[in-house]
Write a protein that binds this ligand. Structure first.
Ligand SMILES: *Cc1c(COP(=O)(O)O)cnc(C)c1O
Length: 452
């Protein structure tokens, strides 16, 4: 019998996250204060984020960090997630490669973001916080946070980019179902929002406006902490549950990946699946290849520069060492909303600089072609973000067809696309297009980077 799905029992779940910072040959450079240029410590960050998350953010010593029992309890609501051998996709491609995917779409919210939302809300609750706040674009992170806040009995306030709220109405319905207060940003509920609306009454909102409003709420509300769904080191740490499970599941399948692939927004699902395998490259002489798939219209890994830059458009955050297109870069309005971010997380940026991984860029149409083939072979409609990983996996499988190599390819299916069906409609109607970015555009936004 050909086994298709590999599942761990609840008592076989990993009990610690993997902190790759401990094993990196070059440690990530620290976040710094924009004015003083001094490195930031735990105390500088802990008035905004839960303290334990700040400790994890800067921890370069401990390779494994125990998952609190209360978080493991909530993971058991939906973990393990299946590791699946994509036999039908292999057959359609006529490739000798063995293709596996880790299905992170099977949980109450439908994306991997819940893995970190649960951890962040647990730490917030544990330190006596009553309220959490965040921003969200397309809404996957906001939905995950709303769920996790409910689970740990916290009040959640989510600022959603106004234009996305109109384009993806069901994600705010999900957040409100779990009890979160959802406000379109810019709003009149904060000073930052009022200022923006006064200047531009019809501002459509951006992650920049939403971040400023959420951070303002966190700093002006007693017992309120701010949370973030990607980019930061502690978020990638929590996501390593994906790769740690996959490691055990690949062993059940009797294989080890030659190539590990994930789509790339800020890096959390990529780090989540890649870091546990990269550990064996760093420590045990394995030679797995790591590929991050980004959109052609937001190419920070393949065409960005390594600089200190702001994490947000408005320039409110500390300066972070990252591969960036410049914090004022305005990505095209592609359907993979979760990949429209100007920079890469600090750990990933260092790994890329050190040649331990690589990026590839995928056009919107190639990603949808891949998503469509995946849906029609494996029976799962992927999130537009995840389709970038599928496209990169297909490219690798096609190379194997040329060379006859039987490589083992593992990719992360970061989410399903069931509330992105208007995007699929556009594709099926032939109305989707590609967005190319010129070198001049990138050079212009890079000029605005403080470090240039
Ligand atoms: C947010 C999101 C991403 C991108 O974020 P990363 O931090 O790079 O993982 C990818 N896929 C889905 C389904 C998402 O919701």
């Amino acid at each position: 019998m050909k086994q298709k799905r590999f599942i761990l029992q609840e008592n076989e779940l990993p009990t610690a996250w993997y902190n790759i910072q401990a094993d990196m040959p070059t440690k990530p450079m620290p976040p710094i204060h924009p004015a003083t240029r001094q490195p930031l410590g735990v105390d500088d960050l802990a008035h905004i984020f839960p303290r334990e998350c700040c400790v994890q953010e800067l921890d370069t010593e401990h390779d494994f960090i125990p998952i609190p029992e209360e978080v493991l309890d909530k993971y058991r609501f939906y973990r393990s997630t299946p590791l699946v051998r994509a036999y039908s996709l292999e057959e359609a491609l006529q490739t000798p490669a063995h293709i596996y995917f880790k299905n992170e779409s099977v949980n109450p919210l439908g994306s991997h973001k819940i893995n970190s939302a649960l951890a962040q809300c647990y730490y917030a609750k544990q330190e006596g916080t009553t309220n959490v706040t965040t921003e969200t674009g397309a809404g996957q992170w906001g939905a995950a946070l709303a769920y996790a806040a409910r689970v740990f009995d916290l009040e959640a306030a989510v600022y959603q980019v106004k234009i996305s709220m109109q384009q993806k109405p069901y994600r705010s319905s999900i957040m409100r179902t779990f009890g979160a207060a959802v406000t379109g940003s810019p709003s009149m509920s904060t000073r930052a929002g009022k200022d923006i609306i006064t200047r531009d009454p019809h501002h459509p909102g951006s992650l920049g406006t939403a971040i400023s409003e959420a951070v303002e709420l966190a700093t002006t509300t007693p017992n309120c902490k701010y949370t973030l769904g990607s980019v930061l080191n502690h978020v990638g740490l929590h996501q390593t549950i994906i790769g740690l499970e996959a490691e055990k599941q690949m062993a059940m399948a009797g294989e080890y990946p030659d190539v590990v692939i994930a789509c790339f927004g800020g890096g959390s699902n990529f780090g989540g699946i890649a870091f546990p395998f990269m550990r064996h490259n760093l420590k045990d002489g394995k030679h797995t290849e790591f590929i991050a798939a980004e959109p052609e219209s937001c190419p920070k890994l393949t065409r960005g520069e390594f600089r200190y830059d702001f994490g947000d458009e408005a320039g409110y955050t500390p300066l972070l060492p990252m591969f960036t297109l410049g914090h004022t870069f305005k990505p095209a309005n592609i359907h993979a909303g979760g990949l429209r971010y100007h920079g890469a997380g600090m750990i990933i940026s260092q790994l890329l600089k050190d040649g331990l991984m690589r990026g590839v860029d995928i056009s919107q149409l190639e990603s949808f072609d891949a998503g469509m083939l995946f849906a029609r072979t494996e029976g799962i409609i992927p999130a537009p973000e995840s389709s970038h990983a599928i496209a990169a996996a297909i490219r690798e499988a096609e190379k194997c067809k040329q060379t006859g190599e039987e490589k083992v390819i593992l990719f992360n299916l970061s989410g399903h696309g069931l509330i992105d069906m208007s995007a699929y409609d556009q594709y099926l109607n032939g109305d989707l297009m590609n967005y190319k970015i010129s070198d001049d555009d990138i050079a212009r936004t890079l000029q605005g980077v403080p470090d240039s």
